[in-house]
Design a protein around this ligand. Structure first.
Ligand code: MN
Length: 257
């Protein structure tokens, strides 16, 4: 199985879940890397993140399907996306993807998708993906951690070593992630802001920590819509909320270990 995913925290979680399901996993960090690996090895399935640097999942899938049109074969490709928006499913299917799942991935949903793609296309139950819950307005100035412990433990299957590893990866990445956001803000680069905040949001989503996650999302949306004037104070709020989130996760681990 090939996992194409640029976000380190999501990557570690997905690899852990896949290995637990008995799959051998190779990892690509961009669509281009995924294409290279597909040329070198044979895979039974590809989990393809939609948003990656260099080449995204949709473009990579289109290139894979073009090759198959000449050489035959059909590699099942499952899109992974952090926010399921209206029309996404159709867009991914039109690009040649077979199915999609929302991130952070759950073992249950993944098993279901692998099973459905492993079978000769039956009826395809067309189960809609479960998008993330709509986020409420950010609570400016009150970085009080909101953390769904049960959901988080379910995501790592109560594996505290895995949770500790994920937190370690996040903490090591955090300075770079925050610096990317800050740099984009300072440069007034909306596109770079959208991308950097998206990466941060993806990592925070794995832990389900609020309000850090929704603050990152607000920065992402401001970047995507080119509304940099809407970001005032958000960076500082996010920086504080992220530290609060890390401390809260550490404390939770400390209690459970
Ligand atoms: Mn990504």
């Amino acid at each position: 199985m090939l996992l194409a995913e640029d976000n380190q925290v999501n990557q570690r979680l997905a690899v852990a879940v896949l290995e637990r399901l008995g799959h051998k996993v190779r990892v690509a960090r961009t669509g281009r890397e995924a294409l290279e690996l597909i040329e070198q090895f044979s895979f039974d399935l590809v989990l393809m993140d939609v948003q990656m640097p260099e080449m995204g999942g949709v473009e990579a899938t289109q290139l894979i399907r073009q090759r198959e049109a000449q050489h035959g074969g059909h590699l099942p490709i499952v899109a992974m996306t952090a926010h399921a928006m209206a029309g996404d499913r159709e867009r991914f299917l039109a690009a040649g993807m077979d199915e999609y799942i929302s991130k952070p991935i759950s073992q249950e949903r993944l098993r279901e998708v692998v099973r459905s793609l492993g079978r000769p296309a039956a009826t395809g139950d067309g189960t809609p993906p479960q998008g993330p819950a709509p986020s409420g307005p950010a609570d400016h100035g009150h970085p009080v951690l909101s953390l769904d412990r049960e959901a988080l433990l379910a995501r790592v299957e109560s594996d505290l070593d895995l949770l500790s590893t994920l937190l370690g990866v996040f903490k090591a990445d955090r300075p770079k992630l925050m610096a990317d956001i800050e740099e984009a803000l300072v440069a007034g680069n909306a596109v770079a802001l959208g991308e950097a905040a998206h990466t941060m949001k993806g990592a925070l989503s794995v832990f389900g920590v609020e309000p850090a996650r929704s603050l990152a999302e607000q920065l992402e949306m401001a970047g995507k819509h080119g509304r940099l004037e809407a970001t005032r104070g958000l960076y500082e709020d996010l920086a504080r909320a992220v530290v609060v989130a890390e401390d809260g996760l550490e404390a939770m681990l400390g209690e459970l270990v």
